[in-house]
Every structure is written in structure tokens, then in C-alpha cells.
Write a protein that binds this ligand. Sequence first.
Ligand code: OFO
Length: 183
Amino acid sequence: MDTKRLSSSLEEALSTQMNVELSQSHTYLSYGIWATDKGYGGIGNFLFRHSLEERNHAIKFMQYILNRGGKPTVTALGAPAPDPQSLQNCFNQVFKHEVDNTEKIYNLVNMAMEEKDWATWNFLQWFVKEQIEEETLAMDLIDKLKIAGGDRATDESLFNLDKDLGAAEDDAELARNATSENP
Ligand code: OFO
């Protein structure tokens, strides 16, 4: 008996996204190495943690496909994105990767809606919310560097930024989670 509860096209699209998450993880790992090598150990650590998060996203896709009776396929990983040219460029690229990924998630949501596959649509809502957080986090990186002086930041302000990011929360605070007690 066929117990698969996913269409072949969604099974393939979700499997592709699993591989996209793995390649995001690959790129953040590479950016982390770049930052650490440049002497920004805190920023490197932040990027390594982010790389791990992306891998966890891949596992979430893998598990969902398996739970619905499908079979994901791990494909060859391409080369990671090239090393950034500066911290500014690194943070801009992180933001761009996240926005590109949001587009991909939205396409999956559209597919699930067209197929009226509400289980998959519901599963994907976790990623819609996650992408809001990840885009906010990337915007925060850009803002923090701007406050530190951007390309003209002093060594001292970069030292402090590096220290802060090394210890930063991985999740961005979202306005919708604010309460009057915890604004
Ligand atoms: Fe950065 O995001 Fe995964 O999904």
C-alpha cells in the first residue's frame, strides 16, 4: 500500500530545500572561518552557531519528508559563497542569503497552498516565522556595525562588537513577543 502523504512535486521541492539549508550551513561555516582568521573570534563563533542552526533546519525538512512517507535525497554540496571582502560585506551577504532563503520558503508555501496540502502548509509556517527572526538578526548585525563606525570603525569599537556578538543571543527579539512587563 502506498502510504506516502506528499505529492512527488512537493517531496522533491522539500528535499531541494533540505539541501539549500545544508549549503547555507556550509557558507556560514566558511564565513565563520574567514572572520576567525581575521581575528574576529566572537563574530566567527556567532557564524559557527548560525551554521549549526541551518543544519538543524535541514534536519527539520528531512524529518518532515520522512514522517510523511517520502524520501529526501542528499545531493552534492557546491562550493560555499566566496569569502567576504570586509565585515560590512559579510553582514550584507548574510542578510542577502536570508532574504533569498525567505523567497524559497514562500515558494514552498505557495506550492503547498496550490496543492491544498495543509499539513505541509502548516509545517512551513515555522519557517516563515523563523525567517522573520533571521532577517531581523541580519539587519541587527548591519545596524551594530554602522553604530560602531562602519568602514571607519575604530579597533576598540570593533573589539567590543566582536565581544558582544560572541556572547549574543542567537534569536532576535521580535516586537510581537513584547509585553507590557517585558517591552
Ligand atoms: Fe537562515 O534559514 Fe534556514 O530556513
